[in-house]
Design a binder for this molecule. Structure first.
Ligand code: UD1
Length: 425
């Protein structure tokens, strides 16, 4: 298993290009099942998760072509030869579950394993399944698999989500594009990735109104066509590197960003005393490391609120603030698994339920630590950049799921970071 070794104390200088958004790419990959024509995605992030999705699509009969380092994935679901998504693939990554809706909408049936994914709480899929039932599907759960059938096709329905779910909104939207009649999704999530997926579906011939709002109206069409679509830049990756620069100090321009998609993080960084300059598709982060970080409280919320996916990164930054900050995690239970690892570096963090109090300390010291989930692992990089001495992070496969060329991007700005290949955990 690979590990990452980094030595803190170096300021970062230069620029970091931001990759395509993993969370959008994965659902766009699932959208390829909706059409018999090729769907080509550009600005594709090359990640363990997006590779898993290709593996699954290929098992379903989709012809995929993705030359290494091309950033261009072509998917052609001319004939769907299987409608079964096996446990082995779905357990590795929750988003593979999102093939269920497209298969159901195009072929009329699907058998998909219940998902696994990051260990950040229970993460059920009840809202997804209720949406398909409302659209006329028969659903049975048997032996860890969801067996869904709508042999005469899905029907449009009014679906009011009891709370905001990104996955359920996207999944229902994908399926509704080929349902008969109108589907209305109320209390829909408004994350930028959903807008990206919706606009791609429209380019494929779908009829969707209300994109970017909490009510989506989808008029089903008989078929969708292929298109070429550029994946939106990854706001979580951008936010993570912004925190790296804020932590280490220095001056770095993040390029290929949609600045408004990270405005809640920009606001937090500015309140923490970090300088942020915003351009049309770039953001420059500047911090003098001699000036202390000011504490800022964080309350995670659905978009446009502060994202749960950058909570761990800001917590790492706040470990060196000159005061206490309070974190409230409102989206997932059990999403403070990074706290004990940050404590190994000397952080002062106490967690009670969904609340964490972080009291800034003067010094962090490098130590061996373990990545526990995708976003938590990058928080260890951020803390390591501020720590004295060497931090060694094991289980970096969590990082490889969501961050493309992380060591190269950071070392390009002067960070002392390297991958130790194949070493023991
Ligand atoms: C997506 C993102 C993830 C992000 C999250 C919230 C992907 C691949 N992942 O996850 O990075 O952290 O949005 O922004 O896009 N819930 C239910 N029943 C359901 C569905 C969800 O109870 O059927 C709960 C979840 O357990 C969670 C909350 O709803 O507590 C929100 O989850 P959701 O927005 O669905 O997150 P994901 O789509 O899984």
């Amino acid at each position: 298993m690979d590990r990452i070794a980094l030595v803190g104390g170096t300021q970062l200088k230069g620029s970091i290009p931001i990759s395509g958004a993993k969370n959008s790419a994965l659902k766009l990959q699932a959208a390829s099942l909706l059409t018999s024509e090729p769907l080509v995605l550009t600005n594709m992030p090359e990640l363990a998760d997006t590779r898993f999705m290709v593996e699954l699509l290929e098992q379903l009969g989709v012809t995929c072509f993705w030359p290494k380092a091309s950033g261009r994935l072509s998917m052609h679901a001319e004939d769907i030869t299987s409608t079964i998504a096996p446990y082995d693939l779905v357990r590795k990554m929750r988003a593979t579950f999102n093939v269920l809706g497209p298969l159901l909408a195009r072929v009329g049936h699907a058998t998909v394993s219940l998902p696994g994914g990051c260990a950040i709480g229970a993460r059920p899929v009840d809202l997804h399944l209720k949406a398909f039932e409302a659209m006329g599907a028969d659903i049975v759960i048997e032996g860890g698999y969801v067996k869904a059938a709508a042999l005469r096709g899905l029907k449009g329905a009014k679906i009011v989500f009891p709370f905001v779910s990104v996955g359920a909104t996207e999944h229902a939207m994908l399926a509704a594009t080929l349902a008969k009649g109108e589907t209305v999704l109320e209390n829909a999530a408004r994350e930028p990735e959903i807008g990206d997926i919706a606009h791609c579906l429209v380019a494929m011939g779908a009829k969707i109104d209300g994109i970017g709002t909490s009510t989506l109206r989808i008029q089903g069409v008989d078929e969708l066509k292929g298109t070429t679509w550029s994946v939106i830049p990854d706001r979580i990756e951008a936010g993570s590197y912004a925190c790296c620069v804020a932590a280490a100090g220095g001056e770095v321009t993040l390029t290929h960003v949609v600045p408004e998609t990270i405005s809640s993080l920009i606001d937090v960084l500015q309140r923490a005393g970090v300088e942020v300059e915003v351009g049309p598709d770039w953001v420059k982060i500047t911090r003098d490391p001699a000036v202390p970080i000011k504490p800022v409280d964080i309350d995670t919320q659905p978009y446009p609120g502060f994202p749960t996916d950058t909570q761990a990164q800001v917590m790492a930054l706040m470990t060196r603030a000159n005061g206490a900050s309070i974190f409230r995690e409102n989206i997932f239970e059990n999403r403070y698994m990074h706290a004990p690892e940050l404590r190994r570096l000397g952080a002062d963090i106490s967690v009670r339920g969904s609340e964490a109090v972080v009291r800034g300390v003067d010094t962090l010291r490098g130590a061996p630590v373990m990545a526990t989930d995708l976003r938590a692992s990058v928080s260890l990089i951020i803390a390591g950049l501020m720590a004295e001495g060497e931090t060694i992070i094991s289980r970096v496969y969590h990082l490889d799921r969501g961050f493309e060329r992380l060591e190269a991007k950071l070392s390009g700005c002067g960070a002392q970071i390297r991958r130790l290949s194949g070493s023991e955990e």
